[in-house]
Ligand binder design. Structure first.
Ligand code: GLN
Length: 348
């Protein structure tokens, strides 16, 4: 439910390259939290049993600047499972390991236009996943993690995602157990990929690593740090550690721009103009390259599985902070200056 009325009347600021000063960002983050405090539309995910038990009122926001400035509001430090947002960071790690072309060939870079757990999308494309930000493509991406065993792959992945967050992330065992007991559909996707010859290794083991990556515990603050690392050419702005290359960030963000909110990615890009990734536990992180990242967490979802309140608040923040990649405002034109030597163009 991406409702443009959510930021009706908020002027579309266009920034020329930097976030406004720390104080202004802090003020806008507080405003955003207050503005959507009473938003209650949508419903929590229940296809993973334990997610249905979460407090639907939780609402956290965080902005991290590439210069290291930090802003948190509300439940920004409340832990939840990262879910689909892991796909973006695992994809970055896979490109770092195997390169742009190989991952593009194996997984693809296009939106399927179908739901995140679609089986039909695979069948329609000869088993090619097409899109690394939905389950089939993410499972194929997980299979690319380095490691001789699935235990090693999981450990490498956990370390990589922790480097993005700037702190050791750990598995939420309750969410993992709940999803592992009910993930027949993802196991079916794994086996289908295998049947098309598009998955190396044991599909059940790959899906197990994928289920673990989705159950990694994070906060909205963590998501903003992780996103800000992609905004900062691959260097974590809080720890100073290089996690991936700048090329990997560019590739990842290009794919996420058209796929990050599943089949609603076009609506999001049209309204907000930033690459963003969402997950069924209610998180969203939007990345403004060269500036920072904006994260939201609130469990109630729309029909596509995107948090209603996080979309609104992250959308508001992106707009108020001047982050839309497609927005510009005219600079004073040299031809209009009396000092300009150039003659006006003659149009015939
Ligand atoms: N773990 C979830 C699943 O595979 C992730 C989906 C999501 O966040 N959209 O179904």
């Amino acid at each position: 439910m991406l409702d443009p009325a959510a930021w009706h009347g908020v002027p579309q600021e266009a920034s020329t390259g930097a976030l406004p000063g720390w104080d202004r960002v802090e003020e806008v983050v507080r405003d955003a939290h207050a503005r959507y405090a009473d938003e209650r539309r949508g419903s929590v995910a229940d296809y993973i049993p334990v997610l249905a038990e979460v407090d639907p009122e939780l609402f956290g926001l965080a902005v991290i600047e590439v210069g290291g400035g930090l802003h948190d509001a509300g439940d920004a430090l409340h832990p939840f499972s990262i879910q689909s947002i892991s796909k973006m960071f695992v994809y970055a790690l896979a490109i770092q390991e195997h390169g742009h072309e190989r991952v593009r060939e194996i997984v693809g870079v296009n939106n399927t236009g179908l739901a995140f757990n679609s089986v039909m999308a695979l069948e329609l494309n000869d088993g090619h996943p097409m899109n690394p930000m939905v389950n089939a493509g993410a499972i194929a991406t997980t299979a690319l993690m380095p490691g001789a065993t699935s235990v090693e792959q999981w450990e490498r992945m956990r370390e990589g995602l922790s480097a993005f967050a700037g702190r050791p992330l750990s598995l939420d065992g309750v969410v993992y157990a709940s999803e592992a007991a009910t993930n027949d559909r993802n196991r079916a996707l794994g086996r289908l990929l295998r049947s098309y010859g598009r998955l190396a290794g044991d599909p059940d083991e790959v899906v197990d690593v994928y289920t673990r990556q989705c159950a990694l515990g994070v906060t909205a603050h963590d998501l903003a740090v992780m996103g800000a690392t992609l905004a900062d050419g691959g260097v974590n702005p809080v720890t100073g550690e290089r996690v991936v290359s700048a090329d990997v960030c560019r590739d990842t963000l290009a794919v996420v721009a058209s796929t990050g909110l599943y089949e609603r990615s076009g609506d999001w890009l049209f309204e907000i103009g930033l690459p963003a990734k969402s997950g069924v536990s209610g998180g969203i992180v939007a990345i403004a390259p060269g500036k920072g990242a904006v994260a939201g967490f609130s469990p109630r979802l729309d029909e596509a599985g995107n948090s209603v309140r996080s979309q609104m608040a992250v959308g508001y923040l992106s707009r108020a902070l001047g982050l839309n990649l497609f927005a510009s405002s005219a600079v004073p034109h040299p031809a209009s200056s009396p000092a300009s030597p150039s003659a006006p163009l003659e149009l015939s």
